[in-house]
Structures are given as C-alpha cells and as structure tokens.
Write a protein that binds this ligand. Sequence first.
Ligand code: IMP
Ligand code: MG
Length: 186
Amino acid sequence: MPGLASMNNVIICRNERFRIYLDQATIQRRVEEIGREISRDYEGKTPILIGVLNGAFMFIADLLRAITIDCEVDFLKLSSYGASKVSSGQVRELKKIDADIAGRHVIVVEDIVDTGLSMQYILDGLAKHEPASLRVATLLHKYEATTTDVQLDYVGFRIKNLFVIGYGLDYGQIARNLPDIYILDE
Ligand code: IMP
Ligand code: MG
C-alpha cells in the first residue's frame, strides 16, 4: 500500500518503521501551556512570532491560537535536509521575513532544534535588525545532538536523538500531515 500505512501505533514511511511518540492530546496540552507562558511574559507588548517554514507551520498555528495577547506573525524559510535523516549542516535562506523587526519583540518559532545550526544562523541574521528582544520557541529539542549553545526560551519537549515525523515534521517532504509525532523505531 502506498503512502502512510498505519497500524497499532506504528507507521511505515518511506519503507521505515516509526512508532507513536507524542500524541495529539499531549502535544496540544503542552502547546497551550507555552501559549499561556508567552501571554504572561509579553503582557502589554505586541510580539512578532516568526515561524520557520516549512516544519513549524502546524506548531505556530496552534501556538497562535493559545496566545491571548496581541501578536503578529511572519515567516522565513530555510533550505531543508533534502530527503536525508541527518543534518547536512548547510543552511541557506530561501525566504526572508517581510516585517520590520527593529525595536520589536521577536519570538522565533521552530518545529525542532537538532544540531542548533539552523537556529544559530536564524538568530545571527535577525539580531542584525536590532530587535528589542529575541527569543526562541521550539516544539522539540534533540538536546543530545545540539552542538551550538543557542538559548532556547520555550521548549515543548526534550526528545531522544532519533528522527521524528508528523505534526509539520517531514521525511523527504511527506508525513507533515500526521496529527501525532512518530519516532524512528530502531
Ligand atoms: P539543525 O540545524 O540540525 O538544528 O536542524 C534543524 C532543522 O532540521 C529543523 O528545523 C527541521 O526542519 C529539521 N530536522 C531536524 N531533526 C529532524 C527530525 O527528526 N525530523 C524532521 N526534521 C528534522
Ligand atoms: Mg524546521
């Protein structure tokens, strides 16, 4: 059967087995907590949330709905892994932000921080525009794989150093539509 065959919490994606790791309800609860935290921390301010395409589109959509203060949204896009499961370490910007972030409170919203190279690249680039503040919200952190010392201000889940798919995260561009997050079954 082509596509994502699912049975007993196991899914086959590109001929590899993944098992369920974080279900929809667990993700939703945590995203709502982070939304409340951001709403408290930025009370009286209007932060700009910058989503990193493509992976963060689902997280940022849910996060925005959990934020109860005024906020703006924008996006940037970096080149992806291609169809590989290992970080290439090569980062390229494919789309820049449109917003003028000088003097603004900026929160970068990512799906996952792995080596941290992408995030380092993003933060270095955004810092040049002199925002009033610059923070990071990432749904997932593969903390054992991180080689840079980027500060992650809001972290949904600290996870094992294994490839994950679903809830925006892809494997060779597919699997982003899965509502739950699955992890490679070794
Ligand atoms: P880093 O530069 O190594 O931190 O990689 C970050 C980017 O690689 C993330 O924004 C994701 O798009 C992608 N990535 C890292 N790990 C995974 C994974 O387990 N599944 C899917 N994409 C991943
Ligand atoms: Mg990403």
